[in-house]
Design a protein around this ligand. Structure first.
Ligand SMILES: Nc1nc2c(c(=O)[nH]1)N[C@H]1C(S)=C(S)[C@@H](COP(=O)(O)OP(=O)(O)OC[C@H]3O[C@@H](n4cnc5c(N)ncnc54)[C@H](O)[C@@H]3O)O[C@H]1N2
Ligand code: MOO
Length: 406
């Protein structure tokens, strides 16, 4: 149970994590999942040459001399709508009306937008010339047949789902969002909406951690809180192993006489959970292990400690379980507005508020940096990350800041 650094603790977690097994999902079910196969286009996109405008398909040479004063007048032999092949070929001296997305007829080599014409339906007067190729979208100019359009390891959002549909895929092989079961422990905890007796508080961590799991791209399942009864805690967690890809608990991991999570998993049968002290503030007491192969993160109970622990360890881990790089929250550089002190030897995460002037961020620590002070977390939008060797950091210093999800 020696002290270890944030980086060491995260590296141990990442080394032990399993990947979520891949499965095949329908496209809209796959949003937020990570592609587990490279997807290739079976055909080029567009699949055929087509019109970029509503107008007239022509042989460019027929309109080369057209002008306002001397328009080209051509017979219109029919209409070509998108999805309807209609006219399939055009001889010189003729034209066909064509709509955006409709296939170009053989023989035509340009499209004249309707705005350059009198919009005629039997014959049309064209008042401007166009070079060959004008307003034609060529087959394959978006994607070539056989091209990988979405690589393996891509998280699927709206744009990628569109790409997959556009190459004809209804289902894809993905690593789904991990299912994260969240459990708060503590006999003092009551459900929000119920009455408190002296010494009791409303459970906030399980709501926070479930939402944070969702923000990290996982599926969060909140459990009702459990008291400091080891049997009950063990049974509840074991019951969840079947449906969880990961378990996150809060509370019961420090030095108290009733630190139930620690008690349960320090027993002989469950030695795979390791409890450690990490050189960070807040978030010193941490636990991590595998229960029958399922990762469990036992986070400290102080709400801000639980939040910071989640963002620093659990968020990257959930990404890694889907095969994504284990990146932290998005970070930015900012100029500190106030003098601050930081404990030597610990990585320090302070709640702050970012502001932006003329391309530069500045960050102001918020009042109330105790690990029980949720109001300052709730009013913050950033975590200021102060390295282990920082002690007195004056206003004007450049600091690294993690942006909290909003
Ligand atoms: N003698 C020592 N005491 C403590 C140490 C230590 O090293 N030596 N470490 C302190 C630090 S740092 C932290 S962080 C906490 C971690 O404690 P636990 O993980 O055992 O958490 P609890 O004791 O269960 O709770 C701590 C605190 O947080 C409140 N809490 C817990 N769960 C919730 C919840 N779901 N919603 C809202 N608030 C919650 C709880 O009531 C306590 O006030 O230990 C220090 N002690
Ligand atoms: O580490 Mo505790 O997390 O400082 O409050």
């Amino acid at each position: 149970m020696g002290m270890r650094t944030v980086d060491e603790h995260l590296a141990d977690i990442l080394a032990a994590l399993p990947l979520v097994p891949p499965l095949t999902l329908a496209l809209l079910e796959a949003r937020g999942a990570v592609l587990a196969e490279p997807v290739e286009a079976p055909v080029p996109l567009p699949p055929f040459d087509n019109s970029a405008m509503d107008g007239y398909a022509v042989v460019a040479a027929d309109v080369a001399a057209a002008s306002e004063s001397d328009p080209a007048v051509l017979p219109v032999i029919g209409d070509i709508a998108a999805g309807d092949p209609g006219v399939t070929a055009l001889r010189p001296g003729l034209t066909a009306r064509i709509m955006t997305g409709a296939p170009m007829p053989a023989g035509a080599d340009a499209v004249i937008p309707v705005e350059w014409t009198d919009a005629g339906t039997a014959t049309v007067r064209i008042t401007r010339p166009a070079p060959p190729g004008h307003y034609i979208r060529r087959a394959g100019e978006d994607v070539l047949a056989g091209q990988v359009v979405v690589p393996e390891g891509t998280r699927l959002a709206a744009a990628q789902l569109a790409m997959l549909a556009a190459v004809g895929r209804s289902h894809v092989l993905v690593r789904p969002r991990p299912r994260v079961v969240v459990l708060s422990t503590g006999t003092e905890l009551r459900e929000p909406g119920s009455r408190l007796a002296h010494g009791q508080i409303w459970d906030s961590n399980s709501f926070m951690l479930t939402a944070a799991a969702q923000e990290a791209g996982a599926v969060g399942y909140r459990q009702e809180t459990v008291g400091d009864d080891p049997e009950h805690v063990r049974d509840t967690i074991e019951d969840q192993l079947g449906r969880a890809d990961a378990i996150v608990t809060s509370g019961g991991v420090s030095m108290g006489a009733h630190d139930v999570v620690k008690l349960v998993f320090t027993g002989a049968a469950e030695r795979s959970v390791v409890f450690s002290k990490v050189r960070m503030r807040p978030g010193k007491p941490q636990g991590f292990g595998l229960l029958q192969g399922t990762p469990i993160f036992t986070l400290p109970g102080n709400p801000v400690s639980a939040y910071v622990s989640f963002q620093v360890f659990v968020r990257p881990a959930l990404r890694a379980m889907q095969g994504l790089p284990p990146e932290p929250l998005p970070t930015t550089g900012a100029v500190l507005t106030d003098d601050i002190k930081s404990p030597a030897g610990l990585r320090h995460y302070m709640r702050g508020r970012l502001s932006h002037h003329r391309g530069t961020y500045s960050v102001t620590p918020v009042e109330g940096q105790g690990s029980h002070q949720l109001q300052s977390l709730s009013s913050a939008d950033a975590l200021i990350v102060l390295p282990e060797d920082a002690e007195a950091v004056p206003a004007g210093s450049h600091v690294e800041v993690m942006r909290m999800p909003s």
